[in-house]
Design a protein around this ligand. Structure first.
Ligand code: ATP
Ligand code: MG
Length: 419
């Protein structure tokens, strides 16, 4: 039955056993002590997938730990200073956070106090679509009055005055574009966009870790094209990453078009590699500045490499060589980058074929090692490596022959020539 004016969620996670267990534990401590909040409510409302379930509660963190352990659930004080306890029920984690209000803000981090007031908790959130709460029975609370409509219409609108909210935490500039990329429909909210553009200098005061985390989430959106184009014209992209060249967003737009039209998987780092210029030194500087993890940096630097050169008209043999030298991951990153940078529509079939070849061919392992070289009569030492490299170069040139006899013959010949 539906009641007019009441919005009620239906979602499998809402009634799932682990969810019920956590809610029951909190409500045993105090009736009406739990509401779902944020992303899970927003996404359930619009039928988008829900990954994490956040719960807001007037109970203090200590009371939460007490309530859930009494019910036999595990409690991990993951962010206790922010009031967050991770509760695990049947291997499913729930973030249970005590209602908070801001005591002071400095644009980078907030000092918070716990509160019993749901409205105060909603007032410190960023966008109206992110300030939605739902009772355990699924009834949605929309304290800003615009959250439900915004979520459905795909509008990312700040709670209250946009500039004031951004000055409290400049990360909200990046979050504006991230949520627009994920959930926005149609043009960006002009007021929010203008506020972000006016206050963009504040981004430099943020920790680079927060900036990178948010940027990666933006790039993981199914279609971040419009958000990135707006960030470029507002000068915000240059604020985060001056390393990105003027054509970067156009290349990225092409890549997203390729991914979409060809049903190819997308990946935030591959997209970033496409946004950045193909210059390993510039990419290294970017990774250093934003303190990327080593594996992220290595992947971006490899994607920017120029040898062997990846072009649409490579022969099968050249493709196999490149795959052997680079590995599949780097090869595909470079193909997609090259494809996105090529003249639109030109050689599309060839570029697509390169990816198909990479999917269909696993580079073989070079069948010789140091021991085989020593067995062929080379004394252990630096010569072993030199012989191995020479035979390997011949083997690659042979298009990876599987003929053991000719490999052994080649080894013999190289050893004779070198010893
Ligand atoms: P996602 O599905 O991407 O996780 P989410 O809405 O859960 O989306 P989070 O970044 O996990 O986004 O944040 C959870 C909630 O906390 C948000 O919905 C918002 O209400 C609030 N929030 C998080 N970061 C901020 C911030 N910097 N300023 C204001 N509110 C924030
Ligand atoms: Mg979340």
């Amino acid at each position: 039955m539906t009641t007019p004016g009441v919005t009620r969620l239906t979602a499998a996670w809402l009634t799932a056993a682990p969810t019920r267990a956590v809610i029951a534990a909190l409500e045993a401590a105090r009736p009406r002590a739990a509401r779902f909040v944020g992303g899970c409510v927003r996404n359930a409302l619009i039928g988008a997938p829900v990954d994490d379930i956040d719960i807001a509660t007037p109970l203090t963190p200590d009371e939460v730990v007490q309530a859930v352990t009494a019910a036999g659930l595990a409690a991990h004080p993951t962010g206790i200073e922010h009031g967050t306890v991770t509760v695990v029920a049947q291997r499913t984690p729930f973030e249970v956070t005590t209602l908070r209000r801001d005591v002071s803000t400095d644009g980078r981090r907030a000092t918070v106090a716990f509160t019993q007031d749901w409205a105060e908790d909603s007032a410190r959130r960023d966008f109206r679509m992110n300030a939605l709460y739902a009772d355990p029975d699924g009834v949605v609370h929309d304290p800003t009055g615009g959250g439900i409509d915004d979520a459905r219409a795909g509008r990312v609108i700040f709670i209250g005055d946009a500039q004031t909210r951004i000055r409290e935490d400049y990360l909200r500039i990046l979050r504006f574009f991230r949520f627009a990329a994920w959930y926005g429909k149609g043009p960006l909210d002009m007021t929010g966009l203008a506020a972000c553009a006016a206050l963009k200098d504040g981004i430099s005061s943020l920790s680079v870790e927060r900036v990178w985390k948010e940027t990666r989430k933006l790039l993981a959106a199914p279609d971040p094209r419009d958000a990135l184009a707006a960030m470029q014209s507002a000068g915000i992209l240059a604020e985060i990453a001056p390393e990105i060249d003027a054509e970067g967003p156009a290349r990225l737009a092409r890549l997203v078009e390729i991914e979409t039209s060809r049903f190819l998987p997308h990946d935030p780092l591959q997209r970033l590699a496409t946004l950045l210029p193909a210059d390993a030194e510039v990419v290294r500087a970017f990774a250093r500045r934003l303190k990327l993890a080593n594996d992220e940096r290595d992947r971006l630097v490899a994607a920017a490499g120029q040898t062997p050169r990846i072009v649409s008209y490579m022969s099968m043999r050249e493709v196999r060589r490149a795959l052997y030298a680079l590995g599949r991951g780097v090869f595909v990153d470079r193909v997609k980058r090259g494809w996105a940078a090529a003249d639109e529509g030109k050689a599309d079939a060839q570029w697509r074929a390169l990816i198909a070849l990479a999917d269909g061919w696993t580079p073989p392992r070079f069948p010789l090692d140091g021991a085989s070289v020593v067995a062929a009569g080379v004394p252990p030492g630096p010569l072993v490596g030199a012989v191995l490299r020479e035979v390997e170069a011949w083997w690659i040139e042979s298009d990876f022959t599987e003929d053991e006899f000719s490999i052994a013959e080649r080894l013999k010949a190289v050893v004779q020539g070198m010893v």
